[in-house]
Ligand binder design. Structure first.
Ligand code: COA
Length: 259
């Protein structure tokens, strides 16, 4: 499938989506969001075990929603505009496969929200995060008011969303907004290395771990523990569990079949 504003490639169980509008700082216009939506549906069903999302060029991961298109919105259309972006970012969060944001340069507004919807964020030293919507007279509309406080806490989320201040990579790591900061030329190497490690394990266990942890903020501890026990039991019924434990006991490397 040929896309205009994104590229998708797949190697050894790792899918890589690159937002490819560098002349517009990879801003997410409607066409780009539609392409992203389409490729995510494909990735959900194909042989991708781990997905990486990044931006083309060294300057920006994604500098937000496309402000030219944003400018056209009104009270009625604004609601649909926000819901559409939210639905795509929720599709990323609920993909059932780990998604790593490899953040190079600006991740502002919708770009920061895109990174927040991913499960792991690796940033280059020149990464700059922020929710500057307040400066445009709007609020974050692609999940920022909900995911940012869940990740960095309410006080810091309120501070950064009300000031629109930029969060540099070092501060982002201190806040727990990013998992790791690396040199710019190491960004994809590190993202692929982490993706490769995760892809080498049995994918039933990987997806159950992911889902159990994602459910933790919305379940009571009792509900969460029950869910954990059920997923644990599901894993005990897999060939990968037999293989993984047998391999350990026989002091050899496991060969997982993802079933
Ligand atoms: N939507 C549409 N176009 C955007 C954009 C966005 N979110 N962000 C950048 N662009 C475009 C610029 O308009 C410019 O286009 P042009 O060359 O046709 O004039 C091009 O990308 C390069 O951006 P420019 O501003 O010249 O680069 P810079 O290095 O001086 O600044 C940023 C980079 C990211 C700091 C600046 O572009 C910016 O503040 N962007 C908007 C960020 C934002 O508010 N995002 C939230 C949106 S809800």
């Amino acid at each position: 499938m040929k896309y205009k504003n994104i590229t998708f490639k797949h190697e050894n169980g790792i899918g890589i989506i690159t937002i490819d509008r560098p002349d517009k700082m990879n801003a997410l216009n409607n066409e780009t969001l539609n392409e992203l939506n389409e490729v995510l549906d494909k990735v959900k069903k194909d042989h991708t075990h781990v997905l990486i999302i990044t931006g083309k060029g060294g300057k920006a991961f994604v500098a937000g929603a496309d402000i030219e298109e944003l400018h056209e919105q009104n009270k009625q259309s604004g609601y649909e505009f926000a819901l559409f972006g939210q639905s795509i970012f929720s599709k990323i969060e609920n993909l059932g496969k780990p998604v790593i944001a490899a953040v190079n340069g600006y991740a502002l507004g919708g770009g920061c929200e895109l990174a927040l919807a991913c499960h792991i964020r690796i940033a280059s030293q020149n990464a700059k995060f922020g929710q500057p919507e307040v400066k445009l007279g709007i609020i974050p509309g692609y999940g920022g008011t909900q995911r940012l406080p869940r990740i960095i806490g309410i006080a810091k989320a309120i501070e950064y969303s009300l000031t629109g201040d930029i969060i540099d990579a070092v501060t982002a790591e201190k806040l727990g907004l990013v998992n790791k900061v690396v040199d710019s030329d190491e960004l994809m190497v590190e993202a692929k290395s982490m993706a490769g490690k995760i892809a080498s394990f049995g994918q039933v266990a990987v997806s159950k771990i992911l889902n159990a942890i994602l459910l933790s903020p919305v379940l009571t501890i009792e509900e969460g523990l029950k869910r954990e026990a059920a997923y644990f039991a599901d894993c005990c019924g897999t060939a990968d569990f037999v293989e993984g434990t047998e391999a350990f006991l026989n002091k050899r490397a496991p060969k997982f079949q993802n079933k």
